[in-house]
Design a protein around this ligand. Sequence first.
Ligand code: M6R
Length: 596
Amino acid sequence: MCGIFGIVYKQDRLLGPTLIDAGLRLSYRGYDSVGIATILENGVIDLRKDAGKVKSVAEKYNFKEMIGQRAILQLRWATFGEPSLVNSQPHLDSEGLMVGAHNGNVVNNVELREEFISEGMTVRSMNDGESCVHAVERFTKKGFSMLEAIQKAYDVLKGDYAFVITKANDDKLYAFKKGSGLVAGIGDDFTCVSSDLPSILPLTRNVVFMNDGEIIELSADHYKIFSVSDGTPIERAVEIVEDTMEAAQKGGFEHFMLKEIHEQPKVAKELIHLMNNSSAVEVTIEALINARNIFFIGCGTSYNACVTGSVYFNRISGRTTIPVAATQFIAQYNRSIGPEDVGIFVSQSGETKDVLNAVEIAKQKGMKVYSLVNVVGSTLTKLSERWLPLACGYEISVPATKTFTNQLVAFLYLAYKMAKFDISDLEKIPGYMQSTIDDTKDQVLDVLPYLENWNDLYSLGYGVTFPIALEGALKLKEITYAHCEGMLSTEFKHGPLAAVTLDYPILFTTIEEDISLIISGINEVTCRGARAIVIGPEDNRLKSNAQHTITISQPTPEIASILSIVPLQLLSYYMSIQRGFDPDFPRNLSKTLTVD
Ligand code: M6R
């Protein structure tokens, strides 16, 4: 997830150290490139940027000596275009008279780039941030003011983003918000704006929070807010922020994990926008249709997404796919794969050694390597013929949450496309996710006291909820340190049933169509004294057979399966807190496993 920062003073001054500090404070979001443009009173734009971390790029380009009356800083988390100097932000307009940077995704940037080129503009990069600058340039060239041009650019730029922009011969900065975060800071002799509070708080605690659809015009000594739809001025008072820096980084949540659980609706929406506009989707579908065998390959949570994806492909597109853990892929299929086969390698980090080892074998055998990956520019994106970004931004917490749900959304999207289904159903996922987060929290908290003294649990599912139960069990193990075995509900009677004692907690996850089957599973364990906790539809049969129910909407069976992981994530989170652990950084684990 990119970060932006802009600042305006009355006159030229040394800005480098302030900008480096703002960059470092934005870096917790994750990034691969960094850039700064300062604009001097005489209208000269000094632009320095490159792929790399703040410290190294700052040293290479001597950021600390940069002076100016205004400045824009951007930290880029690549989605469109590889991490590179040219794709780094900020970007200039055609003549180098305007400079800007964005945060978020402009999903129609590929078409826009062609339009801008055909209109005679100079487009230098593959990055969607550049589209924001040219979209404004298109209208300033026709004589519109900056405010009018931003209003008109809004109709052109599709997606969720925020951007900050300025002209060389001006003394103001302009910023616009649509879907991505934006907050302004009001100092004694400056104003500033950023995607994130932490870059503002060391400078001032007086802030103005922006809403979607609003433009802010910043001068050194005042700010004005306008509605993007008709340019009407909007009155907004300054607020004083009391948060600590750490609290600000966590966006008001106690832990990054909880913040990332709450980000799921937003990142799902962004991913669906991106996939709607991605040429890589069509290419991937084409390869899948023509493949002899299709393998979905990953580790840990990403493997659980592969199993879920495989169920979706069967249910939606009637196509057999083989989900396999990366290391087992080598052991089980190394001799039988070939150029007719396609592998979709799934990884949040794109650096997991077990996954990269499997890619190496696949490539040796001539198999087609595609991937679903969150970190663009990671080794996996470089080794893949085509990759689709998961578009989750940086996931700080070791337990994967938003990357798992976006892996499921991506698989479901591909299955729908393969079946030539209308994907409008999927656009409802973010809204359903939000209500699931809102509605299940209290239900989860009600169950918590019954789990307090247990260090041994089961998490059972069937069909499309089987891999959800696996993922729920993984989350529980990872951050509560309790043993939780995830398995097929129908397998429980074939052995594990022997473990059941009085009050033994067993989690069941089900969708509407499997209720009858799950009820017999519930009764097998409750008649032996177990406590059944069911995550499933609102249903009287479930309520009368289980001790606890957590209700999930059922828009479609597959979407219901995606929603079902939310209460399991929340349950793991609150159990971890109840036990006094830090869910963000569980013992013995690392976010990226680069060892065999
Ligand atoms: O980065 P990857 O998706 O390749 O990582 C794979 C696993 O290490 C990862 O999913 C791990 O299981 C998570 N920490 C689970 O929350």
